[in-house]
Design a protein around this ligand. Structure first.
Ligand SMILES: Cc1ncc(COP(=O)(O)O)c(C=O)c1O
Length: 416
C-alpha cells in the first residue's frame, strides 16, 4: 500500500506503544468476507480469527444489526424481547443448573463479573488459574492473566501448571489440590478456579477429554466455585459440543463468553447458577450501559441462527478432524513440527527447535510470517510461544484446509 508507511507512523504516534500489529509485514485490510480477508491487492485465507465465527461480514448478521439499529437500541432497564430471547436461547445450550444470564460487552467484563460473584458468594478471596492463562484486561482479570509475559499476579491469585496434552487425567486435579494446600498454608480460602476450557494460552490443551473434572471436584471440596471461561471455547468451536466445558463432562458454577458471540460486534455474557446470583443480588447489583442493548442482542441471536442453519458445529468437527489429519501427515515427514492437538477448529501444532539451533519460538514466528507471505493467516500461542494457533471462522472448508496444508508444507520445506 502506497500510504502504509505514513499510516504506520501516524498509528505509532497517536495510538502509542501498547498497540501491536500482527506479522513482520503488517496487513492493511480493506474488507473481508467468509473466510477471506482482503488488502487492496491481495486475498488472505483467514485461519486465525475465531471472532467472526460464522464468517466475516455474514449478511444475515449484518442485516439483523441494521434492522435493529433502525428500530430501537435501548438498555436493559427497559423490557425488550431480544435480551430475553437471547438469554433463553443461550440457557437452552447449557446444563439445567445454569439459569441466569447477565450481558456485558467483552470477555474481560464477563470475567470481572464472574470473579465478583465468586468472591461475594463464597466470602473467600483466593483465585486459581493456569500458569499462562489469559482472562482479560480489568484490574482483577489482568491479575489472573500471567499470559506468556508473566504479568504480575493479583493478591491471593495462585497458578497451577497446565497439563501437557495426553497427561494422566488425574494429574491436573492433583495440581489443583496441591495449590489449595499451599493457599491454606498462606491462610487463603479459594473462591474460584477459573479455566479457559481450551487452555488456549497455555498451548491449546484439550486431551484427554475429562481431565478438568478432578480439578473441579477439588475446588468444590474446598468451598470454591468453578468458572468456565468460554471466550475461546464456546459457540461450537470444538465441533462436538456447544461449550468447551462439555468436553470434560463438568457443570460449571459460572460461564463466561464473548469473542464469537457477536461475530465481531461487542457482545458478551456471564451465565450462572441462579442461587449464586440471588446471593450476589442481596449485597450488590449490576448494570452495564451497553451490555445487553437491543442491537447487541439482535446480532447475537442472528449468530446463533446461522450456527444452527449452516450446521457449523458439524463443519467444525469434520473439517477440524480433516485438518488435524493433514497436519499429522506433515509432522510425520517434516522435522520442523511435532505434536498436533486440538478439538474441532481449534488446532495447535508444536514447532520444534530447528537443526541449526534456531529456538522453537523463533521457528514458529518464521512459519507464521512465511504463511502470511503465502496468503494464509495463523497465529502463535503457548507458554513458550511455539505452538501454531489455527482457529478459523467455522465455515472453513476442506478445500480451505488443503490450501493451508499446501502452504505450510511449502514454508516448512523452503523457509524464506
Ligand atoms: C480465554 C479468554 N478470556 C477472556 C478474554 C478477554 O476477552 P476480551 O478481549 O473480549 O475482553 C480473552 C481474550 O483474548 C480470552 O482469550
Amino acid at each position: 500500500m502506497h500510504d502504509m508507511p505514513d499510516l504506520l507512523a501516524r498509528r505509532q504516534r497517536s495510538l502509542g506503544p501498547t498497540y501491536k500489529l500482527s506479522y513482520a509485514d503488517p496487513l492493511y485490510l480493506e474488507r473481508a468476507s467468509g473466510v477471506w480477508m482482503f488488502t487492496a491487492d491481495r486475498a488472505y485465507l483467514d485461519a486465525y480469527n475465531n471472532v467472526p465465527v460464522v464468517g466475516h461480514c455474514h449478511p444475515q448478521v449484518v442485516d439483523a444489526l441494521e434492522r435493529q439499529a433502525r428500530t430501537l437500541n435501548a438498555n436493559t432497564r427497559y423490557a425488550a424481547r431480544a435480551p430475553v430471547e437471547l438469554a433463553e436461547r443461550l440457557l437452552a445450550t447449557m446444563p439445567s443448573d445454569i439459569g441466569n444470564v447477565v450481558f456485558v460487552c467483552s470477555g474481560s467484563e464477563a470475567n470481572e463479573l464472574a470473579v465478583r460473584v465468586s468472591l461475594a458468594a463464597t466470602g473467600a478471596t483466593g483465585l486459581i488459574v493456569t500458569r499462562h492463562a489469559y482472562h482479560g484486561t480489568g484490574v482483577t482479570t489482568s491479575g489472573i492473566s500471567p499470559g506468556t509475559r508473566n504479568r504480575p499476579l493479583g493478591r491471593d491469585v495462585y497458578t497451577v501448571p497446565a497439563p501437557a496434552n495426553g497427561d494422566d487425567p488425574a494429574a491436573f486435579g492433583t495440581r489443583v489440590r496441591d495449590c489449595i494446600s499451599r493457599m491454606a498454608k498462606d491462610g487463603v480460602k479459594p473462591a474460584a478456579l477459573i479455566l479457559d476450557t481450551l487452555l488456549s494460552t497455555d498451548g491449546i490443551i484439550v486431551d484427554p477429554p475429562g481431565f478438568m473434572a478432578e480439578a473441579v471436584r477439588e475446588i468444590r471440596k474446598a468451598g470454591g466455585l468453578f468458572i468456565a471461561d468460554e471466550v475461546q471455547g464456546g459457540f461450537c468451536r470444538t465441533g462436538d459440543h456447544f461449550w468447551g466445558f462439555q468436553r470434560h463432562g463438568v457443570v460449571p458454577d459460572l460461564i463466561t463468553m464473548g469473542k464469537p458471540m457477536g461475530n465481531g460486534h461487542p457482545v458478551a455474557a456471564m451465565a450462572a447458577r441462579p442461587e449464586l446470583m440471588a446471593r450476589f443480588a442481596k449485597i450488590d447489583g449490576y448494570f452495564n450501559t451497553f451490555g445487553g442493548n437491543t442491537v447487541a442482542c439482535a446480532v447475537a441471536l442472528a449468530v446463533l441462527d446461522v450456527i444452527e442453519q449452516e450446521k457449523l458445529a458439524n463443519n467444525a468437527r469434520v473439517v477440524g478432524a480433516y485438518l488435524r489429519n493433514g497436519l499429522l501427515r506433515l509432522a510425520g515427514t517434516n522435522s520442523g513440527i511435532g505434536a498436533v492437538h486440538g478439538a474441532g477448529l481449534y488446532v495447535g501444532v508444536e514447532v520444534l527447535e530447528s537443526h541449526d539451533g534456531m529456538s522453537a519460538k523463533l521457528a514458529a514466528e518464521r512459519l507464521v510470517n512465511g504463511l502470511q507471505r503465502e496468503g494464509v493467516l495463523i497465529g502463535v500461542t503457548g507458554g513458550a510461544s511455539n505452538v501454531l494457533k489455527i482457529r478459523p471462522p467455522l465455515p472453513f472448508s476442506t478445500s480451505n484446509a488443503d490450501v493451508l496444508l499446501e502452504k505450510l508444507e511449502k514454508v516448512l520445506t523452503c523457509p524464506a
